[in-house]
Design a protein around this ligand. Structure first.
Ligand code: NDP
Length: 477
């Protein structure tokens, strides 16, 4: 037998991806460093389709039709390089290695360049949707050459999630590292979405005085409106879950220390390198970090806070509506920031990413899938060179309608001492963009004062310096 595709790395993701290919009628060659995993897959799921289990790299490569398509689903980082080192010498020009792991896009660029010299197509493909998505249809963000996509595209389209209109959630994102960059940003936006939801939850709990079960109902209602999304849906599920051992809301027995694997942090690091303000995403990453500093939090418990004011029932319901407005407005801003980062990455690395298409392939399969993404696609279709999502008229109008509540909620949070870093950061970003004048003028003055860093003027061209230590005359610089 010859297999149309092979998967090496058969942990949860690789196994489910292999099953997904097989269930879609492809013959799938299987390989894993530890052969037991390969055997287990065939034992448990062998009847789902045509699998060709192999034990050695040589056997694996030999099982594949040419040009070969090898999907690598191993632990990101050194293991990916180890696998490439093992397989590349066995491949021929025209063959494709698809890295479906969560690689850093810079690693993908390096690997792509190195393999291109050997005539091998290296496709860094972001895959989102977790275990379940890998099996039933993920959102797939492949980078790499046009040529490789011509060969892979139809297969990926088959196994990918389908949006509500039936469109497969996959597109050729762009050359080399573009796919992994977009996946990274997807995860950064996911961090922000989750943090904003968390802040909304905390406000409903601490200010509105709602129980976890009541808040689950609020989220269920929100999920029927413009916030309709996978994350809101599962939030309601998590909040309504009751811990069996204690009878308490599940959310009350879970340790409040969020963990992270790195893609959110990368999104912020790369944004800093590219000079893109992603304050909402950054606050989301920092919020996880704060939550994990147990000693610091323990030592800070005595710090003074305001006296909280409990709301009456009617007030609480009105407040919950305001929180929905705030959540929606902050969400628009954090997507604006994430899409700005992709635009900047695309410009920096000549990827020519179609941002509307990216939004379209996130409509299904991935963690941030949401009705909202359709709107982003339409905004970019109407204006492909949209400088910012906030430049889109309909988003601007929605924020205009939400802003009074948005501001109220953040003011209330500050007054009541509920931390809302992502809500606040996204509002500050919005107000910064709106501002006629920013204090940056003063910053420039300070920089010129202490470091002769010079400044430009509003009223004429040129670069100037004031002789601060002398008679304060202005000189051309
Ligand atoms: P893991 O990240 O836990 O990786 C385990 C797999 O990597 C095993 O098959 C293991 O082989 C193999 N492996 C580790 N080191 C080496 C090595 N040096 N040489 C060869 N193989 C090695 O598996 P997951 O399925 O969770 O994830 C796979 C990839 O998908 C990762 O890059 C992850 O970031 C990404 N991803 C994961 C998602 C998820 O929800 N889990 C979602 C989206 C992407 P062995 O069995 O021999 O130990």
């Amino acid at each position: 037998t010859t297999a149309q595709i092979g998967v090496t790395g058969l942990a949860v993701m690789g196994r489910n991806l292999a099953r997904n290919f097989a269930r879609n009628g492809y013959t799938v060659a299987l390989h894993n460093r530890t052969a037991a995993r390969t055997r287990e897959l065939v034992d448990r799921f062998g009847d789902e389709g045509d699998f060709v289990p192999t034990e050695t790299a040589k056997e694996f490569v030999a099982a594949l039709e040419r040009p070969r398509r090898l999907v690598v689903m191993v632990k990101a980082g050194d293991p990916t390089d180890a696998v490439i080192k093992e397989f590349a010498p066995l491949l021929e020009p025209g063959d494709m290695i698809i890295d479906g792991g969560n690689a850093h896009f810079a690693d993908t660029r390096r690997r792509e360049k190195q393999l291109r010299e050997q005539g091998i197509h290296f496709v860094g493909a972001g895959i989102s949707g977790g275990e379940e998505g890998a099996l039933n249809g993920p959102s797939i963000m492949p980078g790499g050459s046009e040529e490789s996509y011509a060969s892979l595209g139809p297969m990926l389209a088959k196994i990918s999630a389908k949006a509500k209109d039936g469109a497969p959630c996959v597109t050729h994102v762009g050359p080399d590292g573009a796919g992994h960059f977009v996946k990274m940003t997807h995860n950064g936006i996911e961090y922000a979405d989750m943090q904003l939801i968390g802040e909304a939850y905390q406000l409903l709990r601490d200010v509105a005085g709602y129980s976890a079960a009541q808040i689950a109902d609020v989220f269920r209602t929100w999920n029927t409106g413009r916030l309709d999304s996978y994350l809101i849906e599962i939030t309601a599920e998590v909040l309504s879950h009751v811990d069996e051992a204690t009878g308490k809301p599940f959310v009350d027995v879970v340790l409040d220390q969020a963990e992270q694997k790195g893609t959110g942090r990368w999104t912020v690091q790369i944004a800093l390198d590219l000079g893109v303000p992603v304050s909402g995403i950054a606050e989301a990453v920092f919020a996880r970090s704060v939550s994990g500093h147990t000693a610091l939090r323990e030592a800070s418990r005595h710090l003074a806070g305001p006296t909280a004011r409990k709301l009456g029932e009617e007030e609480a319901a009105a407040f919950a509506d305001q929180v929905e407005q705030a959540l929606y407005a902050s969400k628009i801003v954090s997507y604006t920031q994430g899409f700005h980062e992709m635009a900047a990455g695309s410009a920096e690395y000549d990827w020519n990413i179609d941002l509307g298409k990216v939004a379209a392939i996130w409509r299904g399969g991935c963690i941030i899938r949401a009705a909202f993404l359709d709107r982003i696609t339409r905004a970019y279709e109407a204006q492909p060179q949209l400088p910012s999502l906030l430049s889109d008229k309909s988003f601007a109008e929605e924020i205009a309608a939400a802003q009074d509540d948005w501001r109220d909620v953040i003011a209330t949070a500050a007054r009541q001492g509920v931390p809302t870093p992502a809500f606040a950061a996204t509002l500050a970003y919005y107000d910064s963009l709106r501002a006629e004048r920013l204090p940056a003028a003063l910053t420039q003055g300070q920089r010129d004062y202490f470091g002769a860093h010079t400044y430009r003027r509003t009223d004429r061209d040129g670069v100037f310096h004031t002789l601060w230590g002398g008679d304060k005359t202005e000189v051309d610089s």
